[in-house]
Design a protein around this ligand. Structure first.
Ligand code: SAH
Length: 374
């Protein structure tokens, strides 16, 4: 049963009507918060640990399977602390079943997507941090529809826990059964939903039973370059990988491709990335979607090479995934190779991203659930 906790709806004429908050969930709370929530239900506090061990450790959410809890308490605890947050609407697979995209409906009807990718040595999930996105990058499908709302911490975490359960049940043949990596590269700008994303990272990396016990180093947060938030993330002393969506080495073009560049320029973004690398010792990933005749010129490769050489950064070239209605296309392979060659000649490590999920519109920048729904 889904419990909806409706917050009072404000009706003041000058304020937009607020959406009801998502139901509170175990994954929204730290361990002290869980203990007091359990106590408030009239249960012994240690039940919080048992419930967490089911959800995070055994990936179980069905109260009937929680046999170490007294039968009388199971339903009450699960109804209150494990409400249904994500309801699968559609599931699509490609790459021989190794890539799966799920469209979820949230409690208020908002839609988000996540993508599970299995490899012989690892299982990665690409998750959403917001329904829609407010950053308006013109080549990105999510950016076209605008922002619907921030996801709650638990709505973010539950995408991972759900897929961890799928992987554990052997959903990806030929792949490990343990989900090990998370990338915040689905819908939304994670650093624009800062506190909830940070708390989600804690839940994902806290050891069981408090959390899922993933390695911080196996979590990647991708950002358009919200400079103050990058500095703030560096202060958290987390070991997560930062990816910066640069897409252009010059402000003139970046102002267009990543409109938030009008606020924080290339130099400031790279300085923030540097500060992050210095504080965490983690190499920053510079994301660069290769767009034919737009940002793929040899001189831009050389300029990017000069900007990055000597920094603790590497470049990840992403073949553009053309989105409906966009006038842009991916760069030809020979242009991409020359771009990569020039970067490497400047001493910058460069890789080309694989394009998992293209046929199911599940690759980078293709997630557009809210647009589909309207
Ligand atoms: N808002 C964050 C995370 C979401 S997108 C960010 O911008 O970093 C994850 C990556 O996919 C980003 O690097 C984004 O720029 C890139 N991307 C967006 N649209 C794309 C497209 N059509 N083709 C290839 N990459 C795209």
């Amino acid at each position: 049963m889904t419990l909806l906790r409706l917050t009072p709806v404000r009706t003041s004429p000058d304020k937009p009507t607020r959406r009801p908050a998502p139901p509170r969930h175990l994954a929204d709370l730290d361990s002290a918060g869980r203990r007091s929530a359990v106590a408030a239900l009239g249960e012994r506090e240690f039940r919080a640990g048992q419930l967490s061990a089911h959800y995070f450790g055994r990936l179980v959410r069905d109260p009937a399977a929680m046999t170490d809890l007294p039968a009388a308490s199971r339903e009450k605890l699960a109804n209150d602390l494990l409400p249904t947050l994500l309801t699968p609407v559609t599931e699509q697979a490609c790459d021989g079943g190794a890539t799966r995209k799920t469209l979820w409906r949230l409690h208020d009807g908002a839609l988000v997507e996540s993508v599970l990718m299995g490899y012989p040595d690892r299982v990665t999930v690409c998750i959403s941090s917001q329904a829609g996105c407010g950053m308006a990058c013109p080549f990105c499908a999510t950016g076209q529809a605008g922002l619907t709302r921030n996801l709650s911490t638990a709505e973010i975490v539950d995408q991972v826990v759900w897929f961890a359960g799928e992987a554990a049940r052997g959903a990806l043949p030929g792949c490990p059964d343990r989900l090990s990596r998370v990338v915040f590269m689905g819908m939304g700008e994670p650093l624009a939903n800062y506190n909830r994303v940070r708390d989600a990272i804690r839940r994902l990396t806290d050891p069981a039973p408090d959390g899922l016990g993933l390695s911080q180093r196996h979590i990647t947060v991708s950002t358009v370059g919200l400079v103050p938030a990058i500095h703030r993330l560096a202060e958290e002393k987390l070991q997560v990988t930062l990816a910066v969506s640069l897409h252009a080495p010059d402000d003139e073009l970046r102002d267009e491709l990543v409109p938030v560049n009008q606020r924080w320029k290339v130099a400031e973004v790279l300085d923030a990335a540097d500060a992050y690398a210095r504080q965490t010792g983690r190499r920053v990933s510079i994301e660069y979607a290769m767009i034919r005749d737009v940002n793929d010129h040899p001189w831009r490769a050389d300029l990017l090479g000069r900007l990055l050489s000597g920094r603790l950064a590497h470049v990840n070239l992403i073949p553009l995934n053309p989105t409906p209605g966009s006038r842009w296309d991916a760069s030809p392979k020979d242009v991409e190779r020359e771009f990569a060659r020039r970067l490497r000649a400047a001493g910058v490590t460069t890789t080309v991203r694989d394009t998992r999920g293209r046929e199911i519109d599940g690759a980078c920048g293709q997630l557009a659930a809210s647009a589909e729904a309207t």
